[in-house]
Design a protein around this ligand. Structure first.
Ligand SMILES: [Zn+2]
Length: 385
């Protein structure tokens, strides 16, 4: 219990906004918080107690050194349309997750398998119930906050004639996430449009979630993004992280076309850069690529469910992944440890392409700088020699 309690206290400052969790939190704090030697009860809450384990990880797996903040990034969990089951890799990953002792799990979307007009209300509700059973409930039991962005298969924002094409799926996704028993344990800054777009904060990191379940962000949403990122809460944080389902630039074969990437990617990137967003995390392409362009890091999360895809500019066979992100706050630095779900071995970044060129732009592997591109690479990216 001692380890569990210390870990929970470490998270406590971040999740007391949650209803169910806050009750547990108060109970734990009441019997284990340090007694102040003078004055009134301390406020804010006590500083997080560091984990006594420097490199927590599931037994037998590579154990990265823990950062000040540890995030487990998962994405694209679903199987075929209407499915109420998950691939074994998903269940294994969720079972492993508490052993990394993360502060947060972030999910890049496609948690269920909708986006089909033939699915009934009962079928969609059954999918969310299965998601709860396989993914959300085990993480709640482990007291791990869950941040997520909706994908096109969860709650597509695609429109036709000024109406959402999948209004029922959006309504049922909102109903699932707004039910008090499904509290994701986040400290919200702005949850007015939850679960579609919202912000939360934890351990000096500000998280912005946008609804990139379709390729166009509405003018209303973009105005909200600007306001949110310019806010005191965002700018006074040590680091800002944004997450949405579609990436800015293509990384996967078959997804390198309009509709599968965000419209106006360069403009969105400059918006994120202007507000000093450190990293944009995305899913949808089902291919892991740790990229960067300009001052923005871009973590393209691989799939855990069906249909991993090959990377552009690569001969590697497709593979499913999960990424542990360790954040060092003082250095504003992140370290990725990405596991190949076939073997649970760590993916060697050097095996990934140095440069990915898609229809709307190019991105570099995170350890490659533009100045170090070869003449052939510069030509492929359309850069002057
Ligand atoms: Zn998707």
């Amino acid at each position: 219990m001692g380890l569990k309690r210390r870990r929970f206290l470490g998270l406590g400052g971040g999740i007391l906004g949650g209803v169910g969790l806050s009750m547990i939190g108060h109970r734990l704090l009441a019997d284990s918080a340090p007694v102040p030697t003078r004055g009134p009860a301390p406020s804010p809450l006590p500083e997080p107690v560091p984990s006594p384990v420097a490199s927590p990880a599931p037994a037998g797996l590579f154990a990265p050194a823990r950062g000040d903040v540890r995030i487990v990034v998962i994405s694209d969990l679903n199987s075929q349309y209407g499915s109420t089951d998950y691939d074994p890799e998903v269940d294994q990953a969720i079972a492993f997750t508490p052993d990394w002792q993360p502060d947060l799990v972030l999910c890049g979307g496609d948690m269920v398998a909708g986006q089909s007009a033939s699915l009934s209300r009962a079928q969609i509700e059954a999918m969310w119930a299965a998601f709860d059973q396989h993914v959300a409930a085990p993480l709640r039991r482990a007291q791990i906050p869950f941040g997520f962005t909706v994908g096109n298969h969860d709650a597509s924002a695609a429109q036709s004639g000024g109406q959402y094409s999948f209004q029922q799926e959006r309504d049922l996704a909102a109903a699932y996430w707004n039910a008090s028993q499904h509290n994701p344990g986040l400290t919200f800054v702005d949850r007015a449009q939850f679960p579609f777009y919202y912000t939360f904060a934890q351990k000096n990191i500000f998280y912005l979630v946008w609804d990139a379940s379709a390729s166009r962000l509405s003018a209303e949403q973009l105005a909200w993004v600007e306001r949110s990122l310019a806010s005191e809460a965002a700018q006074s944080a040590t680091l800002r992280i944004a997450i949405g389902h579609l990436p800015l630039y293509a990384v996967a074969v078959g997804r390198d076309r309009p509709g599968e990437i965000l419209d106006d990617a360069d403009r969105l990137r400059s918006l994120l850069e202007r507000h000093r967003v450190h990293t944009y995390i995305s899913g949808h392409h089902h291919a892991y690529f740790p990229g960067h362009r300009g001052s923005l890091q871009m973590l393209h999360a691989g799939a855990m469910g069906g249909g991993p895809r090959p990377l552009l500019n690569s001969n590697l066979a497709p593979f499913k992944t999960l990424t542990v992100v360790d954040v060092r706050l003082a250095e504003a630095d992140t370290v990725y440890t990405t596991y190949d779900l076939r073997t649970w071995q760590v993916v060697d970044q050097q095996t990934l392409p140095r440069l990915v060129v898609g229809p709307n732009g190019w991105i570099l592997r995170r350890d490659v700088e533009e100045a170090n591109l070869s003449a052939a690479e510069r030509a492929a990216a359309g850069l002057t020699p």
